[in-house]
Design a protein around this ligand. Structure first.
Ligand SMILES: [Zn+2]
Length: 479
């Protein structure tokens, strides 16, 4: 098997690898509504496990809200409704009867949740109020779908909070950034935290913060968002609390989401010409043991392999023993490489005699990928190498982000970069949408926003029109 060049033909590489590596099976009957296979789902489980722990640590409680949302609920916040209309899927019929009230399949849950928040929240003692939901989302996008990158049905976590003051809501935005940072770190991600320009703000929000990850082909992928909703929704949904001063006030709200799209970013960011490289701490299988033997040696080698597996399982690692008959060790090596298992252990009769093992790491090229270790040290060595792979992937991702940021000095230079190597271009912008549209027309790239993690002051003029610049922004083409 030879994969397409990842840099030159990323989408082709991506489509083939998610299938070869058993992440997604896209032969399902509805385009954009795919089967996440056990190996892919296991990555999502690792992500949600970490996310769930971080959310609970900060006082969020999990709940479940309905999939069906009546049309008039969606309409309550006008901007929100307009923003989602183009991609909402509707249920209009039940059996052979037309429904009196059209039902939307949730494109996001603000409206259905906030109608309940109105009933649940009474006083300042109920605040802050933090709910999380793990669920599926339906956005019947007419654009071309790509498994996990752009789906019509996907899984996500959505956090929704209510607060007594604008300051508390602002603090919550920072808290959500910390929560996501912890999750992204586990996935060895590297990304920019950008405040979206006004024209790209979430429908109904005061401002939106997004986490944009660079991919090897120069495009970027949004891997999460946080929105400060202010009082727009609480006024529309009448979410009122009695404050300490006995006055009734509207709550301030935030919401944030992180979806299965993160898996696409992990695959795109870390994979190579041989296949996936899954970050060790979210890998479905961290260590695969491949026994190597000739006729008459099988019993001994399998027995030792099983002992080894038990020992590693006991130490808390995710281990698979590949003792399938009818496949050569070489074939197995290749398969586990494609599927991105961080460590492979090779064990044969001579290794057993010498009480040693060969450890092969997925992140490094031949011959630097092999180490011979003593069997008795195996748990210690596996722990060390997993950490090393994790650190190496993080370093490599950080470098990719750094290299992806360009600093064009002229408009022509910006257009040239965004039509060739792409990545993020850091430029001065006047704030006019016409200038953003001009870039978009000529390159397909958008103004993705201003840095939220650091303050940057513009020095110079707008790169498009030459008027006084108001902001330093990052331009990139996104998936
Ligand atoms: Zn301008």
């Amino acid at each position: 098997m030879k994969l397409p060049d990842k840099k030159k033909n990323f989408l082709k590489w991506y489509s083939e690898i998610i299938s070869y590596a058993n992440i997604v099976d896209n032969r399902s009957p509805v385009k954009g509504s795919n089967v996440i296979m056990p190996y892919g789902y296991s990555i999502w489980e690792s992500i949600t496990k970490k996310l769930d722990a971080e959310l609970k640590k900060t006082g969020h409680k999990n709940a479940y809200f309905p999939l069906f949302i009546p049309e008039d609920y969606l309409e309550k916040e006008a901007e929100h409704f307009d923003g989602f209309v183009p991609e909402v899927a509707w249920v209009t019929r039940a059996g052979d009867k037309e429904l009196e009230r059209k039902l939307a399949l949730r494109p996001t849950s603000e409206t259905i949740m906030y109608d309940m928040f109105r009933l649940w929240i009474r006083s300042h003692g109920d605040l802050p109020f933090k709910i999380n939901q793990f669920c599926n989302i339906i956005r019947f996008d007419t654009k071309e779908t790509k498994p996990l990158l752009r789906d019509r049905e996907f899984l996500w976590s959505e956090g929704h909070t209510c607060h007594a003051t604008a300051e508390d809501a602002e603090r919550q935005v920072r808290e959500s950034m910390k929560i996501y940072e912890a999750v992204y770190k586990l996935c060895c991600m590297s990304y920019l935290i950008l405040r979206r320009p006004k024209h790209d703000t979430f429908a109904g929000a005061i401002y939106s913060i997004a986490y944009d990850c660079p991919l090897p082909d120069g495009r970027t992928l949004q891997i999460g968002t946080t929105h400060n909703l202010g009082q727009g929704f609480s006024k529309a949904f009448e979410i009122v609390f009695q404050d300490k001063d006995k006055q009734n006030k509207f709550v301030y709200q935030t919401c944030y989401g992180l979806s299965t799209r993160l898996i696409a970013a992990i695959i795109g960011l870390h994979g190579d010409e041989k296949g996936l490289i899954i970050p060790p701490y979210i890998a479905p299988i961290q260590v695969v043991i491949v026994p190597i033997y000739k006729k008459g040696q099988k019993e001994l080698v399998i027995k030792e392999s099983e002992k080894l597996k038990k020992k590693l399982l006991k130490a808390g690692f995710k281990v698979e023993l590949d003792d399938r008959e009818g496949y050569t060790p070489g074939w197995k090596f290749n398969e586990w490489e494609v599927r991105g298992v961080p460590i492979r252990i090779e064990i044969g009769p001579r290794d057993i005699e010498n009480q040693q093992l060969v450890l092969v790491r997925r992140d490094k090229p031949v011959p630097t990928n092999k180490e011979t270790i003593a069997i008795q040290d195996v748990t210690k060595e596996v722990k060390r190498i997993l950490k090393e792979i994790n650190d190496y992937l993080q370093k490599r991702a950080d470098k990719l982000l750094e290299d992806s940021i360009s600093h064009p000095k002229t408009y022509e230079e910006l257009i040239e970069i965004q039509n060739t190597k792409r990545g993020f271009s850091r430029v001065n912008w006047c704030g006019d949408i016409e200038c953003a549209e001009k870039i978009k027309e000529e390159t397909g790239a958008d103004i993705r926003g201003t840095r939220e993690d650091i303050k940057e002051k513009p020095a110079g003029k707008c790169i498009v029109c030459g008027k006084e610049a108001k902001e330093v922004v990052y331009v990139a083409a996104a998936y």
